[in-house]
Design a protein around this ligand. Structure first.
Ligand code: ADP
Length: 540
């Protein structure tokens, strides 16, 4: 028999403190770039935990954060769960209504807020029903003026702490450690609660050699916000493994990201495709030394093949595609070539890398088609269902749970195919699939094909209703700067024709200045669909 030691997050921060006190966290805030050792971060984290306790935060209480990626947010990432409370990261780009809903629904007792976000919270303060303390994450001299009582300065709280705090040793590994709400496109956001155990096991998965392989030797730059599924768990894994962290702070640009990678010799970075499209443009226009990068981790929506090719072949930067969702902590599948696939031609390898990848060890999956489980032939489509120790078992106090969680599985709402090698490809979200004449058209495939054209910066494909065919695809494209006015619709059709069956080709291609994006940088298909439908009915 083996020991039953609990998998709690306290061991993660303790390990950084004991084994990696000299390793560094580079943090960009509104007031510039600062450097901290893990020794300092660990001490400050305990002081924060002590301060929260003094403010009356008890075990199981939720503490919300409204913050960018920086060292204070990292301290909150550990101080809150390691003291037994629950770290509730709030997406600062959601509408004020959704932010109010989330804070009230989670019953946050305290909020840790960045100074630039504080005015928003000040405005809606009277609608927050449970918050007792507002802590502004800045230096004392940077405190915003306010009339709210119970506002505290983060640095002052840390100074006033005794420094004698120790984390409790009796936390339950199944107790809640974190929570996150999905960035709802319809209805109110849905809450997902992460357990200590789930976070520990998910961090292990991030460290596996055939997964993201995060290690002590890495310098990790999470561009993905710390309010978007815990920056995909990277800060947790990094602290545990003693990985150096570079946190890019508020309002960053592609130029800033490129400069940080070059200056800090970043080895691994993570973000959604729109971030990488922006970086690619920057790399095409200016010279940077990106040779330190061993992996650009990309997920959240499909990484276009053309973009992967440009990163790998034009700029020599290895690219890694992954898939997951808020409900799954998020890592589910990751695209790492098998040993014998390394022998394939570069085009064949690109085809594999453009798929989302294979299931990480520890999870189980099935693909549910029209008539039971779909076969793994790369063609038959079905909805992906997953289960495992870092997969949510329901939404937090939400009657919509039954739609997604059935018979012990999470039904993802993503339509996929899986090939003979077990590589999964996302065909579409169920709601974005275009149903044309009883057949399905994948908006993702059309988008990827368009984004492989040298003139196209971004492309999104949505459906419009059609009398005969039920739905038909319309493509919306944004051209790169130098190509505006030089490319015609006909040229784009000629480019698409050899790649698709005739009935897949979009009924129209619209040139746009910009494609609307969600709060986490994905194409906002719902709004685009409305825009396109209005435009096409006006044309009629
Ligand atoms: P939201 O639902 O707010 O967008 P999530 O980040 O949880 O928040 O989104 C999860 C969804 O994102 C998945 O269900 C899937 O549709 C999509 N997704 C995630 N990664 C990929 C990927 N690599 N390729 C295609 N789609 C992806």
């Amino acid at each position: 028999m083996m020991m039953q030691t609990p998998l709690t997050m306290t061991q993660m921060i303790r390990r950084a403190e004991k084994f990696f006190p000299k390793k560094e966290v580079v943090s960009r805030t509104g007031s510039g770039i600062q450097r901290f050792t893990y020794k300092t971060i660990a001490e400050r984290t305990k002081r924060l935990a002590e301060s929260l306790q003094k403010l009356g935060i008890k075990r199981g209480d939720k503490v919300g954060t409204l913050a960018w990626n920086h060292h204070r947010h990292l301290e909150a990432y550990f101080a809150i769960p390691c003291s037994g409370a629950v770290l509730h990261t709030i997406n600062i780009r959601l509408s004020p209504q959704h932010i109010i809903y989330i804070i009230n629904h989670a019953e946050d007792q305290a909020l840790l807020i960045d100074p630039d976000i504080f005015p928003l919270i000040e405005k809606v303060k009277d609608q927050l029903t449970t918050v007792k303390a507002f802590i502004v994450m800045c230096a004392e001299g940077e405190m915003p003026e306010t009339t709210i009582e119970s506002v505290y300065n983060y640095e002052r709280l840390l100074q006033e702490a005794s420094g004698n705090y120790e984390y409790p040793d009796d936390l339950d590994e199944n107790a809640p450690a974190g929570m996150c709400y999905t960035s709802a496109t319809t209805g109110n956001p849905k809450g997902v609660v992460y357990s200590h155990r789930g976070i520990v096991l998910h961090s292990m998965a991030l460290g596996m050699a055939d997964s993201a392989a995060v290690s002590e030797k890495d310098i990790a730059l999470p561009v993905v916000p710390m309010f978007h599924v815990n920056a995909w768990g990277l800060p947790f894994a990094a602290v545990w493994f003693g990985t150096s962290l570079v946190l890019p702070g508020p309002y960053f640009t592609p130029k800033l990201i490129a400069e940080l990678i070059e200056a800090e010799k970043v080895t691994i970075t993570a973000g959604v495709p729109t971030i990488w499209l922006g970086l690619l443009k920057e790399l095409d226009e200016n010279n940077y030394d990106m040779s330190s990068l061993r992996s650009v981790l990309c997920g959240g929506s499909a990484a276009p093949r053309g973009m992967i090719k440009a990163f790998e072949e034009k700029h020599g930067i290895p690219f890694m595609h992954a898939y997951g969702m808020t409900e799954t902590s998020p890592l589910v599948v990751i695209s790492s070539l098998k040993s014998y696939q390394e022998e394939l031609s570069s085009e064949e390898k690109l085809n594999i890398k453009a798929m989302q990848g294979i299931l990480v060890p520890g999870l189980e999956m099935k693909v549910v088609g029209k008539d039971g489980e779909a076969s793994w032939d790369g063609k038959e489509m079905g909805e992906l269902a997953i289960r495992g120790p870092w997969i949510a078992s329901g939404y937090y106090r939400d009657e919509r749970s039954d739609e997604a969680f059935r018979d012990g599985w999470l039904y993802t709402g993503d339509v996929v195919t899986v090939d003979e090698e077990g590589f999964m490809k996302i065909v579409d979200r169920t709601k974005d699939l275009i149903k044309s004449g009883g057949e399905w058209i994948s908006s993702v495939d059309l988008e990827n094909a368009l984004m492989a054209h040298e003139a196209i910066f971004e492309a999104a494909v949505v459906s419009v209703p059609h009398e005969e065919w039920q739905e038909r695809p319309i493509a919306c494209v944004v051209l790169k700067e130098g190509y505006k006015g030089t490319v015609t619709k006909e040229e784009l059709y000629t480019f698409l024709q050899p790649q698709f069956a005739k009935w897949w080709l979009p009924d129209d291609i619209l040139f746009m200045e910009e494609i609307p994006k969600t709060s986490v940088g994905k194409f906002l298909k719902m709004r685009l669909r409305d825009q396109v439908r209005t435009m096409s009915s006006e044309l009629k």
